[in-house]
Ligand binder design. Structure first.
Ligand code: LLP
Length: 414
């Protein structure tokens, strides 16, 4: 559930009118709802109940400092994938002792940064990474807390670009080498084995792939224990899907209950890395119709937001609902909602039934995750403003970039 709804014919973000925010801050802009973010995080946290656990929000979904700070205030941990994300978490007041560091390509510098900060765990994805981490920890005279990310070869049944747990994907250590990799970790003097982790993909809308992965990891943990390798935590990654349209994914309660049932009272601490499930439906992309353009084959609503602001439709053919901020009476017509960027792939939605006039405001729903975070300056478009609705108030949490910022750091030849 989210806190965007119509009141007297106007779309509201909590108790604030979206149209008023668009007038105040300009379009395009992202608008988030604080109550929705908090509700989603708590839903996860409560779902796991008394079982020892840590919810590590996946920073890549949306890394705005205000959002990280809200989550940190609730006691959230963070799943990071770069030194930049670690710096953001620390800047936002996040607790480094609740940070897990994922990713296949950690540099030695990033390892140093994370070891010095005292993070909870490195989710190591390969044997060479394990060796490098051991070297860096030795250099600093520290022990590196480590979990090995195992690729369980499970089909997540999601878009191929966001499926990560198949053997042809670059992620994790193949199950066939898992025990050998743990033996190697045990031999390395600056590596401290803490856990096992996996992440099989994103936007999963059914439980069986999660449960299949869990079954394989629990069997591995048993085999490791027989070898005398104690595992303290199991990190099940992120991936729980959301409703963009009619997907109907499991609620965190159902997800957690199914996992806990399979754990059967084991003392393993559970770590979750949800990104989308917390942020997607806590954000809107608000855009204004510049032109209504008749094509030979179809009509276009040319809006002021584009693929550089929200890449998901172009990159994954993702469908996100597009609704009028102040709906009009009339007979809906089908429009392709497209942006000003010079690419055929620049669209936010196709064949959407809308009643529109030029100047109208539209809201692309479910845009809080992987929206701003994937934005670019393509076509020299400044990145857009981000606003947080909070009850009957709203705050600008990121200013719209200025034109001058577009070439900041660029230099002419002498
Ligand atoms: N943990 C790891 C190791 C991950 O790679 C990811 C996402 C997550 C957690 C969070 O997954 P979530 O709970 O958000 O599904 N840009 C794509 C999604 C890419 C996800 C990449 N990894 C999209 O817009 O659909």
């Amino acid at each position: 559930m989210d806190h965007f709804s119509y009141h007297q014919g106007r779309l509201m973000a909590e108790q604030v009118s979206v149209a008023e925010l668009a007038d105040r801050y300009g379009t395009p802009c992202y608008i988030y709802s604080r109550a929705t973010i908090e509700r989603h995080w708590r839903a996860f946290d409560r779902a796991v109940g008394d079982h020892p656990h840590l919810i590590c929000y996946a920073v890549k979904a949306n890394s705005n400092l205000a959002i990280l700070n809200l989550l940190a205030r609730m006691g959230s941990g963070f799943d990071i994938v770069s030194g930049g994300e670690l710096a953001r978490v620390l800047e936002a007041g996040g607790d480094p002792a609740k940070v897990v560091f994922s990713g296949v390509g950690k540099s030695a510098d990033e390892m140093r940064q994370a070891l010095s900060a005292g993070i909870h765990c490195f989710n190591v994805e390969s044997e060479p990474e394990l060796e490098r981490l051991n070297e860096v920890a030795k250099e600093l005279g520290l022990m590196a807390p480590v979990s090995l990310r195992i690729n369980p070869d499970v089909d997540a049944g999601t878009h191929p670009y966001i499926s990560t747990g198949l053997k042809q994907n670059k992620f994790g250590i193949p199950m066939a080498r898992a025990e050998a990799a743990f033996e190697m970790a045990r031999q390395l003097p600056h590596i401290d084995i803490k856990g096992v982790d996996c992440h099989i993909g994103s936007q999963l809308t059914t439980l069986p792939p999660f449960l299949a992965a869990l079954e394989r990891l629990l069997a591995l943990i048993d085999r490791l224990e027989q070898r005398g390798i104690q595992i303290q935590h199991l990190d099940v990654g992120g991936g729980l899907g959301v409703n963009y349209g009619d997907e109907n994914p499991p609620h965190p309660d159902q997800y957690a209950a199914a996992l806990l049932k399979q754990l059967k009272g084991r003392a393993l601490t559970l770590i979750f890395e949800p990104g989308r499930a917390i942020m997607a439906n806590a954000g809107l992309l608000v855009t204004r119709v510049e032109y209504l353009k008749q094509g030979e084959d179809r009509d276009f609503a040319v809006v002021d937001a584009a693929m550089n602001d929200l890449l998901r439709p172009s990159l994954y053919s993702a469908w996100q609902a597009i609704i009028a901020v102040t709906p009009r009476q009339g007979t809906p017509r089908p429009y392709d909602v497209v942006g000003p960027v010079c690419e055929t792939g620049d669209f936010l939605g196709k064949d959407r039934s809308l009643v529109l006039e030029p100047g109208d405001l539209l809201a692309v729903r479910s845009a809080g995750a992987y929206g701003f975070a994937m934005a670019s300056n393509y076509n020299s478009r400044p990145r857009i403003a981000e606003i947080m609705a909070d009850g009957d108030q709203a705050q600008l949490i990121r200013e719209r970039e200025t034109i001058n910022q577009l070439w900041q750091g660029e230099h002419l030849l002498p």
